[in-house]
Each structure stands twice: as structure tokens, then as C-alpha cells.
Design a binder for this molecule. Structure first.
Ligand code: AMP
Ligand code: MG
Length: 281
């Protein structure tokens, strides 16, 4: 286990039994270090993540169909983009399949909600990242009655079946739900209005959405309770401290990749023979 962790991240952050309304979003579950220790630890573990991802990619190039899919959910300003930039940004981009899901396009609306998701799944050897996902179809859709309850209600079971399918196809799904407090969100939104380099992240509707916070909490709670399964468990990330969220998710990815027990792919040629040929070339 990594330094400063009392419990592996996959245990410390499991969603089981978590009440979101009571969550301390500034906590650092399982991690005993302070920010300085966290930053130091992040640098070490990022190197480990990068090495494991290279092995996954190398195996994929050799025909291995295994992949890993990181699903990021969280309210605006929770830090999903920061995870993509800083955690995923630390690995070889050739091995990354990134997809962000916004309001469905007219074409996407004509299809089943999993249509656009299936198209974006990681290929063998890839580390896939979903910035938002099919879970929006039981979150924003539920909160704003975008479809009637009779339509979103069966989606929990349908999503579980879909993720079972992914597991059967050797995709390891790592689902993280990031939570900031309402105050922290206000601070981060204010920053988006005060810094020209952050205007692009601001959307006026983010302010309207704050009125729906309790409804979102309820929808997130239902999501965790109904779709955290053995094949695709949810992890809850207290995200007021950015350094912790980054470290925690790095750790979850490292632990998921370690479970795959990856080795370098074997040479598909006779090494001695190729060395001999090279000398004569
Ligand atoms: P952002 O992640 O800040 O670019 O915002 C994307 C927006 O798209 C968020 O407001 C989401 O709630 C919204 N969104 C994502 N998926 C769906 C969906 N299936 N239906 C409706 N809105 C969605
Ligand atoms: Mg946004």
C-alpha cells in the first residue's frame, strides 16, 4: 500500500453506506498525510500510474482486449476537468480514450441514451475517461424531469446490466463521484467570474442549478445505492481539497491496474535470430 494510507483507497472510498447529505467534503478518508505529504505522494504514485498504463497500452497493441474506464461524475466545479488534465494528463495520450458528455445533440436524442456511450467505450489497451456519462440520464434528467419517472426509473437496472456487459468484455470500470460543499462551489464559481483564464468554464446556468442542490443530492444518493455493484462499485471522493481528489483518483486507478496483474507482452519473434540479423544488416 502507498505511504500515508491506512486503508487502500478502494476500501476507504467505497460508496457503501455513505450518506451524501452528511458527507464531509473536506475530509481525506484513508489518507493520514497533510497537503505537503499528499503532493509528494501524488508525484510518486503518478509515476506508478504512468508505468502501469504503458503496460496496458503495450498489451493492447499486442492484441490484449482488456481496458480500464474511469467514469467521472460530480456537480459543476467538482473538479472533473482537473482530474482529466492533471491525472489523466500524466499518462501517454496515445493510450487514452477521452469523452465528455454534455446535453445530447439532436442526433443523440434520436437514439437510446446508451448509444453515445457505447460509441465512446475504450478499445483494448486504452484507459478510457468519461467526463460525465450515462449517469447524467439518472441525474440531471431525474432532477429536471426531462423524461417521466416511468422512463428513468428502469435505467438503474439497465445501467447495471450494461456495466456487467462491460466487465464481461474485460473493461474494468472505475466510477468516481466527486463532491464539493455548496460553499466551496460558490467560491469556485466566483473564481470563474473573477479570472479571465476561467471565464470559459463559467455557464450562467450553473448558478440556477444551485437551487436544485437538495434534489441533486437525492439523485446522487439513489445512484450510489442502486448502481454500486461488485463488478462496478462507486467511489465517493470528498473534493474540496483538490490535491486529495487527485491523489485519491490516482490511487484508485493504480489499484485497478495492479489488479490486472499486467506484464510486458512477450516478444512475437525469436530474439537471438533478430539480433543476428541486425548485426548483419
Ligand atoms: P459541462 O460538463 O460543464 O460541460 O456541462 C455539460 C452539461 O451537460 C451539464 O449541465 C450536464 O448536466 C448536461 N448533460 C450531460 N448529459 C446530459 C443528458 N443526458 N441530458 C441532459 N443534460 C445533460
Ligand atoms: Mg460546467
Amino acid at each position: 500500500m502507498a505511504k500515508y494510507w491506512t486503508t487502500p483507497a478502494v476500501e476507504a472510498l467505497r460508496a457503501d453506506g455513505v450518506r451524501i447529505s452528511e458527507l464531509d467534503t473536506s475530509a481525506t478518508p484513508g489518507f493520514t498525510g497533510d497537503k505537503a505529504a499528499g503532493v509528494e505522494s501524488l508525484a510518486e504514485r503518478t509515476a506508478v500510474l504512468s508505468g502501469l498504463q504503458e503496460k496496458l497500452y503495450a498489451n493492447g497493441r499486442s492484441g490484449d482486449k482488456r481496458s480500464v474506464l474511469l467514469v467521472l461524475q460530480g456537480m459543476d466545479t467538482a473538479g472533473k476537468g482537473g482530474i482529466v488534465r492533471h491525472v489523466i494528463g500524466s499518462v501517454d495520450p496515445q493510450g487514452v480514450d477521452h469523452a465528455a458528455f454534455g446535453v445530447p445533440t439532436p442526433e443523440e436524442k434520436r437514439h437510446h441514451y446508451l448509444w453515445r456511450i457505447r460509441k465512446a467505450l475504450p478499445r483494448g489497451g486504452q484507459l478510457g475517461v468519461f467526463d460525465r456519462s450515462h449517469y447524467e440520464d439518472v441525474l440531471v434528467v431525474r432532477v429536471h424531469d426531462l423524461v417521466p419517472r416511468s422512463e428513468w426509473e428502469p435505467r438503474y437496472d439497465e445501467i447495471n446490466a450494461f456495466e456487467q456487459e462491460l466487465a464481461d468484455e474485460d473493461t474494468t470500470v472505475v466510477k468516481v463521484a466527486m463532491f464539493v460543499s455548496l460553499d466551496e462551489q460558490k467560491r469556485r464559481l466566483r473564481e470563474r467570474l473573477e479570472r479571465p483564464d476561467k471565464y470559459w468554464k463559467f455557464n450562467p446556468s450553473d448558478i440556477d442549478e444551485r437551487a436544485y442542490w437538495p434534489a441533486y443530492q437525492e439523485a446522487y444518493q439513489a445512484m450510489l445505492e442502486r448502481t454500486s455493484t461488485d463488478v462496478a462499485p462507486w467511489y465517493v471522493i470528498p473534493a474540496d481539497r483538490k490535491w486529495f481528489a487527485r491523489l485519491a483518483i490516482t490511487e484508485l486507478l493504480v489499484e485497478a491496474l495492479e489488479t490486472l496483474d499486467l506484464d510486458w507482452p512477450k516478444a512475437g519473434f525469436d530474439i537471438q535470430e533478430q539480433l543476428r540479423r541486425l548485426e548483419q544488416a
